[in-house]
Design a protein around this ligand. Structure first.
Ligand SMILES: [Zn+2]
Length: 363
C-alpha cells in the first residue's frame, strides 16, 4: 500500500543481488555438466488466464482442443526468478532507468550471467553469436477433460500514470534499476476480481479464466548444467515449503509455502500456481555411455529419494537470508489466512499533490 492507506498495492520492487557473476556457458563439445529431465505438475490456486494479448480474444490458449500453457510462458517465469535468486543481468532494460553497468544485459556469449547461461542469450550487432541456453521447457497440457472457466472483466492499469516513488529500489531509495518488480499473492481472490467502475467499462478486457484446481503436466529438459546451475533450476521450480515472514511496520505475520505467479492479470490476484516436481532423472554421463559395453544407468529420483535430493540441492538458497531472498519470500509466500486487500490507488489519489512524493510502505 502507499503509506497511510489501508489497502496494499499489488506489487513491490525487491532488491537485486549485489554481485553478478559471469562465466562462459558449458557447450556441447565439452560434456562436463549434468543432463536430465524434470517432470513437473502445476495446479492453479487462483483463476488462471494465459491468452496472449487483448486483441487475441477472451479464451484460454488451446491446442487440439486442450488447454495449454506454452513452454515459453513457463520459461519466462522461471527465468525471471533465476535472475532474482541467482543474480542475473537485466535482459529487458527499463528505458526510464539508467542501469548500473554491472546489471546491463550480457552481450558477450563467452561471459554470461547465470540466467543467460541457463536460459540463453543473443549478442547484438553484426556477426552476433547466440547461446541457445541449456534448458528447454515443453508446453504444459491440462489433465482435466472439461475445464471450468468463468468470465471476468479485468482492468489492467488503473490510470496509465507511472508514480515514480513506487519504483524506487528499497535499499537505496532511488529509481536506479537495482530492484525488480514482483506481485503479491491474493489468496482472498479465488473467485472474483475487483469491480470495474462504470466509467472505465469501455477499457476493460473480457476474459474467460480457469477456475482454481486445474492441473497441468510439463517437462523441463536440461543439458550440460554445472551443479550450481542445477541447484538454481531446482530452487526456482520447487521453491520452499514453509516460510514465516513479518511485513512492514504493522508486523503482519504470514506463513506458508512459496508459490509461483503466472499468466495475465497478476495485479488482480490471478495466476497463483503450485508447481510440484514429480520426478528427476540425471542421464548417465555420455563418456560412460561410450566407454562401457553395458548401457550405463540413468539416476532416477522419485518419492522419498526425490524429497531428499530436492532438499539437499535447495539447501543453500533456503538458508540464504540476504535482503533479496528475504523480500522474495515476503512476496511469494502463500498464506490462506492472508486477509489484506489489494488495489491500485485511484486516479484522484495520484492527482492529489500531497501524494506526489509518497512511496509504498516498506516490507
Ligand atoms: Zn545475462
Amino acid at each position: 500500500m502507499p503509506q497511510n492507506e489501508n489497502f496494499w498495492n499489488p506489487y513491490r520492487m525487491i532488491p537485486v543481488r549485489e554481485r553478478i557473476e559471469k562465466k562462459p556457458p558449458l557447450t556441447d563439445e565439452k560434456f562436463k555438466g549434468k543432463s536430465g529431465v524434470i517432470s513437473c505438475s502445476l495446479e492453479n490456486l487462483t483463476p488462471l488466464f494465459i491468452g496472449g494479448n487483448r486483441n487475441f480474444g477472451e479464451n484460454f490458449l488451446t491446442r487440439d482442443g486442450k488447454c495449454v500453457i506454452p513452454g515459453s510462458s513457463l520459461k519466462g517465469m522461471l527465468r525471471s526468478l533465476a535472475e532474482i535468486v541467482g543474480g542475473g543481468c537485466f535482459v529487458v532494460a527499463d528505458r526510464k532507468v539508467k542501469h548500473d553497468s554491472r546489471y546491463k544485459a550480457c552481450d558477450n556469449a563467452n561471459s554470461l550471467c547465470v540466467a543467460c547461461r541457463m536460459f540463453g542469450m543473443m549478442e547484438r550487432g553484426r556477426n552476433a553469436r547466440v547461446h541457445r541456453g541449456n534448458i528447454s521447457i515443453g508446453d504444459a497440457l491440462m489433465r482435466e477433460e472439461n475445464p471450468k472457466a468463468k468470465a471476468y472483466d479485468v482492468l489492467l492499469s488503473s490510470c496509465g500514470t507511472r508514480h515514480e516513488p513506487f519504483y524506487r529500489s528499497p535499499q537505496t531509495g532511488n529509481v536506479d534499476g537495482k530492484s525488480r518488480k514482483l506481485y503479491f499473492h491474493q489468496p482472498n481472490r479465488t473467485d472474483s476480481v475487483p469491480n470495474v467502475p462504470d466509467k472505465l467499462r469501455s477499457r476493460a478486457w473480457k476474459i474467460r479464466a480457469l477456475q482454481p484446481g486445474h492441473h497441468f503436466d510439463f517437462e523441463v529438459q536440461f543439458s550440460n548444467l554445472r551443479s550450481e546451475e542445477i541447484r538454481l533450476l531446482l530452487y526456482v521450480l520447487a521453491l520452499e515449503e514453509e516460510v514465516s515472514v513479518t511485513l512492514g511496520e504493522e508486523q503482519i505475520r504470514l506463513r506458508g509455502p512459496l508459490r509461483h505467479k503466472l499468466g495475465n492479470a497478476k495485479p488482480l490476484g490471478m495466476g497463483s500456481c503450485h508447481i510440484s516436481v514429480e520426478k528427476l532423472v540425471y542421464l548417465a554421463a555420455p563418456r560412460a555411455r561410450f566407454a562401457s559395453l553395458r548401457e550405463p544407468e540413468d539416476t532416477v529420483y522419485e518419492g522419498d529419494a526425490l524429497i531428499n535430493e530436492l532438499s539437499g540441492m535447495r539447501r543453500g538458497f533456503i538458508g540464504d537470508t540476504s535482503p533479496t531472498m528475504q523480500q522474495l519470500r515476503k512476496m511469494m509466500v502463500w498464506d490462506e489466512n492472508d486477509s489484506r486487500s489489494f488495489k491500485y490507488p485511484e486516479y484522484h489519489w495520484f492527482k492529489n499533490p500531497e501524494n506526489s512524493r509518497k512511496p509504498l510502505k516498506a516490507i
